[in-house]
Ligand binder design. Structure first.
Ligand SMILES: Cc1ncc(COP(=O)(O)O)c(C=O)c1O
Length: 352
């Protein structure tokens, strides 16, 4: 008889995440809020130059890149640590500050990885709902009501994925102030599109953590590079708990090149913002209800045919996300260029 080797109870009990399917390349990818035109050519050039036998044979060194990226963020280099995407930032935050059995507050629907890593850490997950009837606006009162003495972490996506709705500066300050004994994570994955940031408040709040990523506006999701920012003493704890080389040498070279080419991102963001207005008008003209978004994606309601519409669009080479399992009737589309949105609206009209 053989014994089955069982993992930790938290792993048995947690919900599995279903990652995107393979075979997305070559399609119009409007399903994962990626940049739809690719990263800056300066990033490709920097990576190409960095691909030498010596650089690849060495463990990565971070000091130069920390200096470049922290000055881009307007903080000092001991107020940030590089992470393997935001995903490592979330996991690292919990590994460092959340004991098994303590409480993590998340919203729903929101980015799935907060719950994923909280459950993996053995935390008790408390969930506050975004309400469709309130236009999926940030449920401030409910969040404030859910924060208590047991809360060890609060995860806020600003703007929120998949609703697109932003959290205002005053709402954010109320949440942070209500949770002086918790690690409050403000995930700013889409900050380039929203313009709302808590980065300037690090000195004011020892409980504040801000994450950033190169996966979205910068067009580098495949590189897996982000960073987690906070006061210096918190970063020292994070670095103590972090794998020393979780971010690879190519990623940091790419990050430096990316922040040195701000014009590229500015142009892309301007195009997406113009495309967002164009898309809003187009969805309205098709008689569809959409939710005002501060990100590079929009959630809209197609009624009972959400998964069919997703599948029919896929046949035309356009990928979108069905989110009807969490907000009835809704699909989410990533916003790219105006030309891409025109193509999307044309095909959508045909399948409606
Ligand atoms: C709110 C939010 N945070 C983080 C991420 C992922 O970031 P990363 O690629 O940096 O792990 C996503 C991706 O969809 C997201 O929506």
């Amino acid at each position: 008889m053989t014994n089955e080797l069982l993992p930790r109870t938290a792993v048995i009990q947690m919900k599995a995440y279903s990652p995107p399917q393979n075979g997305r390349g070559g399609k119009l990818r409007l399903d994962f809020n990626e940049n739809t035109v690719g990263c800056s050519p300066a990033v490709i050039a920097a990576i190409t130059n960095a691909l030498t036998g010596e650089s690849l044979s060495m463990y990565p060194e971070y000091s130069q890149a920390r200096s470049a990226v922290s000055s881009f963020l307007g903080i000092n280099e001991n107020q940030m640590t590089f992470t393997n995407g935001t995903d490592e930032a979330i996991q690292l935050l919990f590994n460092t500050f959340v004991e098994a059995g303590s409480e993590v507050l998340v919203l729903s629907p929101s980015y799935a990885m907060y719950r994923f890593y909280a459950e993996l850490a053995g935390a008790v997950v408390r969930q506050v709902e975004y309400k469709v009837l309130d236009d999926l606006a940030f449920p401030l009162e409910a969040v404030l009501g859910a924060i208590g003495p047991k809360t060890r972490a609060v995860c806020i996506s600003n703007p929120n994925n998949p609703t697109g709705t932003p959290v205002s500066e005053s709402q954010l300050r109320l949440v942070i102030a209500a949770a002086p004994n918790a690690a409050v994570l403000v995930d700013e994955a889409y900050v380039e599109f929203s313009g709302i940031t808590a980065m300037g408040w690090l000195a004011e709040y020892p409980q504040l953590f801000v994450s950033r990523t190169f996966s979205k506006a910068f067009g580098m999701a495949g590189i897996r590079c982000g960073c987690l920012c906070s006061q210096e003493q918190n970063i020292a704890w994070l670095r103590k708990a972090q794998s020393p080389y979780s971010v690879n040498v190519v990623a940091v070279v790419a990050a430096v090149a990316a922040v040195n080419d701000v014009a590229y991102v500015r142009n892309y963001v301007n195009e997406v913002l113009a495309a967002r207005s164009f898309l809003e008008e187009g969805l309205g003209a098709l008689g569809l209800r959409w939710y005002a978004s501060a990100g590079n994606f929009i959630l809209f309601n197609v009624g009972s045919r959400a998964s069919t519409i997703r599948d029919q669009l896929k046949q035309t080479g356009i990928l979108i996300r069905d989110r009807s399992y969490e907000i009835s009737g809704c699909v989410r589309v990533t916003i790219g260029t105006r030309a891409q949105m025109k193509q999307f609206l044309n095909e959508l009209e045909k399948v409606l």
